[in-house]
Design a protein around this ligand. Structure first.
Ligand code: GA4
Length: 306
C-alpha cells in the first residue's frame, strides 16, 4: 500500500512519524532500495514528490464531497455496491459493517462514464474528474511497479506494470467517507471502527486521504504481491477509525490484473533452495476466495503448496 503525501499547504500529520517515506525525486537506485525495504518490512510507504497534480486530486475530492452531502435517497440511486456503486455501512457480502459510506467503481473509462449518471447531476463532470484521477494514479502505480521489478532483479522490467496497463485489468477505485463521530468531552469512548482490519487482495493500493487522521497500519503481518514475490513482500494489515471530530475521506486505487491472469512466483524469486510457496492460480480464483470470506480473514493459506 502506498500513501500519497498531502498536497503542499495542507500539511497536518495524518499518521505517527516513523513510517517509511520515499521521495520519488531522488536518485533511481536510492528510490529502488527504499521501496524494496519498505515492501519487505512494512508493505506500506508514503510517497512524496509523486508528481500527481493537486488539481486532479481536488477535483475528484470535491465531486465526492458533493455526492456524500446529498440526501440518502439520492445517494441510494447509485447503490447498492454489489458489485459496484454506493454502499453504506455494509462491507462485502458476508456481514461485515463499518461506520462509513462509500463509492466503489471499476477503474475503467467506459464503466466510470456509465456509472456517473447515477452519481452526479453532471455526469460528464464527474466522469472526467474520476477518469483523470484514475489515469494519474494508474501511471504512478506502473512507475512504482517498474521500480519494484527492477529492485527484484527481474529481467522483464515491465512484467508487473503490464498487468495494470492491460485493458482488461480488474483495477478498482474506492472513495470512503467516514462521518465525524463526536467525542464526548473528557470521556473515553471506545474507538469507532470505520473500516475493520484487513489486507487488500490486489497487487498495489494507492491511497490518498484528506489529511484527517484515522488510518492505522499493523506492522509485520501478511503478504503483499505474495505469490509473485514468493512471500518476500508483505501486505500491510490496516484499518480506519472514525473517531475524529472531522469527517475523513480517502480515495483508493486498487491495481489488479485481468481476471484470467495466472499468478505464480516470478522466476527470479524462486530457486531450488527457495521453492514456490504457492500453487499457481488465477486472479479470478483468488478474488473469489477473498470475496467469499470475512474482511479480516487471511486467504493465501488456501493456495499454499502441500
Ligand atoms: C478490501 C480492498 C477493497 O476495498 C475491496 C474490498 C472488498 C469489498 O469491500 O467488497 C472486500 C475486501 C476488499 C477484502 C475481503 C472481502 C472483499 C470486502 C470483503 C469482506 C473492494 C476488495 O477488492 O477487497
Amino acid at each position: 500500500m502506498v500513501m500519497l503525501s498531502p498536497t503542499p499547504g495542507r500539511n497536518r500529520k495524518t499518521m505517527a512519524v516513523g513510517i517509511p517515506t520515499v521521495d520519488l525525486s531522488q536518485d533511481r537506485s536510492v528510490v529502488i532500495e527504499l521501496i524494496i525495504k519498505a515492501c519487505q518490512e512494512y508493505g506500506f510507504f508514503k510517497v512524496t514528490n509523486h508528481g500527481i497534480d493537486k488539481e486532479i486530486v481536488e477535483r475528484l475530492e470535491d465531486e465526492a464531497v458533493h455526492f456524500f452531502s446529498k440526501p440518502a435517497s439520492e445517494k441510494q440511486r447509485a447503490g447498492p455496491a454489489n458489485p459496484f456503486g454506493y454502499g453504506c455501512k455494509n462491507i462485502g457480502r458476508n456481514g461485515d459493517t463499518g461506520e462509513l459510506e462509500y463509492l466503489l467503481l471499476e477503474a475503467n473509462r467506459l464503466y466510470i462514464s456509465k456509472r456517473s449518471e447515477t452519481i452526479s447531476n453532471d455526469p460528464v463532470e464527474f466522469s472526467c474528474a474520476a477518469n483523470d484521477y484514475v489515469q494519474s494514479v494508474k501511471e504512478l502505480t506502473c512507475e512504482i511497479l517498474d521500480l519494484v521489478a527492477e529492485g527484484l532483479w527481474v529481467l522483464d522490467k515491465h512484467v508487473l506494470s503490464r498487468l495494470i496497463r492491460d485493458v482488461q485489468s480488474d483495477s478498482l477505485i474506492r472513495i470512503n467517507h467516514y462521518p465525524a463521530v463526536n467525542e464526548v468531552k473528557g470521556g473515553t469512548l471506545p474507538k469507532t471502527i470505520g473500516f475493520g482490519e484487513h489486507s487488500d487482495p490486489q497487487m498495489l493500493t494507492i491511497l490518498r486521504s484528506n489529511d484527517v487522521a484515522g488510518l492505522q497500519i499493523q506492522l509485520q503481518d501478511g503478504f503483499w504481491v505474495p505469490v509473485l514475490t514468493n512471500g518476500r513482500f508483505v501486505s500491510v494489515r490496516h484499518r480506519a477509525l472514525a473517531n475524529s471530530h472531522k469527517t475523513r475521506m480517502s480515495m483508493m486505487f486498487f491495481g489488479a490484473p485481468s481476471l484470467n491472469t495466472w499468478i505464480s512466483p516470478l522466476p527470479e524469486v524462486v530457486s531450488p533452495n527457495n521453492p514456490s510457496l504457492y500453487k499457481p492460480f488465477t486472479w479470478s480464483e483468488f478474488k473469489k476466495a477473498a470475496y467469499s470470506l470475512r474482511l479480516g480473514d487471511t486467504r493465501l493459506d488456501l493456495f499454499k503448496t502441500p
